[in-house]
Design a binder for this molecule. Sequence first.
Ligand code: MG
Length: 371
Amino acid sequence: MQITAIETVVVSLPFTMGGPYSSFAGQVWDHLDILLVRVETEDGLVGWGEAFGHVAIPATRAAIDSVLAPLLLGRDATDIEGLWRRIPHAVHLLGRNGPFVYGFSGIEIALWDLAGKRAGQPLHRLLGGRDPGPMPAYASLLNYGDPELVARNCAEAAARGYRSLKLHETTVEAVRAAARAAPGAEIMLDVNCAWSPVEARAMARALAGEGLRWLEEPVWPPEDTTGLASLREIGIPLSAGENVAGLHGFRRLIEAGAIDIAQPSVTKIGGVAEMVRTIHLCQAAGIEVAPHSPYFGPGLIATMQIAAALVEKPLIEILWLDMEANPFDPWVRAEGGMVRLPPGPGLGCDPDPEVLARYGRGAPNRQELKA
Ligand SMILES: [Mg+2]
């Protein structure tokens, strides 16, 4: 079943976040940009994927358009495992983490969407699971840098049904403000690699009595597994993984005794199959899995489909913000702190073409198999 066309499409969605916009890699983050990958096969079926993402989109899109799409056109879309072996190998000299892996991730997700559509089965069924109904999500707050805004948004998220709240802050004050504003909710803290191991140990000791559900990526750089492991004895469960390169990156984290909770990210790690392999590796090592999924399209839906196929359902990460609209509505939003799977085959739903057209940023880049 030949791949006959690959398109990259960017949608840019206005949103509000209950406070001033934060920044991402030095840029004001005032629109949610999604890099969609649309893959067509010779039978006319279309699959959708999402590649990471946010301010990295121009780089990831260039990796797909210039190198990955030409490599994949004409290949067998049903040979997902074979393509995993050959395509990342063909581009491994260009980086084992970053735009080429992100780009492949988006294409691979689209291939699973196609596989499900062709089989008439949802992805979780292909992975051996069944629809569990509503699954618990956690509200992942963006950075406010102001304990009052943290408190206000935590109270609002708890009022909307979330029982688990994650902060992107770096202070004990912010954690206390969240706990006061949302009594009974569990609080997680993600500091995005803010600290050296020495600083991280001091901060972990200061946070040790706050009852955190987990402390996420406390150490810079993220590949410093020894530095991360040096915090374990302080007793706060440690999570990491969104910046880890593939299965073998997670193996190094586990072997170093660096994490309690693994956070693989489907749009970054290489797609669905590498995500599932990684989850199995972590579970075999007795490590909890909490996927990284601050996404708003096929990346989030693929994460939910993978979660549905697990016996122990992980918490699904939903960014705390309000989008004006989304082509994958309503499936990319939580209700009462829960998410549900879309009902169709593959990922379960296609984007709404009108919303795609309204919020599309520029024309799709399309490449076709030459006859
Ligand atoms: Mg994080």
